[in-house]
Design a protein around this ligand. Sequence first.
Ligand code: ASP
Ligand code: MG
Length: 410
Amino acid sequence: MALLVQKFGGTSVADAERMRAVADHVVRTVRRGNQVVVVISAMGKETDELLRLAREVSGTHPGREMDMLVTAGERKATALLCMAIADLGVEAESFTGSQAGFLTDSTHMNAKITEVRPDRIREALAAGRVPVVGGAQGVSPERNVTFLGRGGSDTTAVAIAHALGADSCELYTDVSGVFTSDPRIVPDARKMDHVSFDELLEMTANGCPKPAMRSVEFARNHGVELHVRSAFTWEAGTLVTKEDHDMEQAIVSAVVHDADEAKVTIAGVADRPGIAAKYCRALADADINVDLIVQNTSADGVTDISFTVPHGDLARAIEICQAQAAEIGARSVTGEPAIARVSVVGAGMKSHPGVAATVFETLAANDINIEMIATSAIRVSCVVAEREVERAVVALHDAFGLADGPVYVD
Ligand code: ASP
Ligand code: MG
């Protein structure tokens, strides 16, 4: 008998028919002799709808009340799914995050899990019931309801799988797994049978929207194997496991992109110790995440610095840097919103030279200018004009032959 965590995303439970289809799948899994813990998201676009309502009703959004509001979506879904499961002759029991034992810090709208005490979940399982847990929620030390943030249900699933020592954590979604590229942009993108935690983490950090990056990080840190799969076709999806050094490693596994990027350039700053520290600290204090920093070698003691920030933070980042301009001797601070990042990810590039060269050659052959470059051990990223990024993704996916299957390190 295996213990499985099955997490269903919003589209998987968007309406009554989908709820019943999910209940049917859960009950079949139970009837095959497994124990199942379900984690569920809010139905369809309900979280967006609740956030919209908050904006419509009031301009005051205290964290405590926002969390109470937003987590109502998942709470509603848990009760409905339990009813649908009961219809099929299996007992189910709904749990809020707090009841399921999710203790968090007090950061409303983005709470971090500090501990999971799943006593009541174990009791339900022992009594032969299917626990259905509301995703993305917990309880703070002050005993307030907390929300783990957008995409937080994935993290709930991984955390409960870890706490219970589950045999598998299945993340059901509206696509059939993790793809070599966004299939909406690259029609011949291929579903991967397998991807390593490290690769998927690089992918999610560089624009791959699902699963939520935090959940992949948690899964990697605690060795929770994931199975990303479809709640529409129910076919086998993508297994996410730690890198197996006995297995062949794909040189390149995927091409991902992120258009939610903007560039800030500080021109003519003095090239002396402490400049980068200064503006980066000011940005960090404003909670702005700076990424991909490029500084030129200086000519005559002055240099230019460029870095990227999320789109939504561009105006504030420029303001903050302008406020620093006099102190760091900067000539100008400019922003460029219409940029995007394209990244090639693959565990095998660690030991296989030439990936960066192929990336640059491919972009050059397509007349796409590279504005910035960054690499990690298993990733090459280029910042390009936003209007070129989809072309870049298609060209790179093709250049590495990803539609035909992985090319392994020999
Ligand atoms: N429903 C929430 C969201 O849309 C949390 C989740 O399902 O992961 O972000
Ligand atoms: Mg952009």
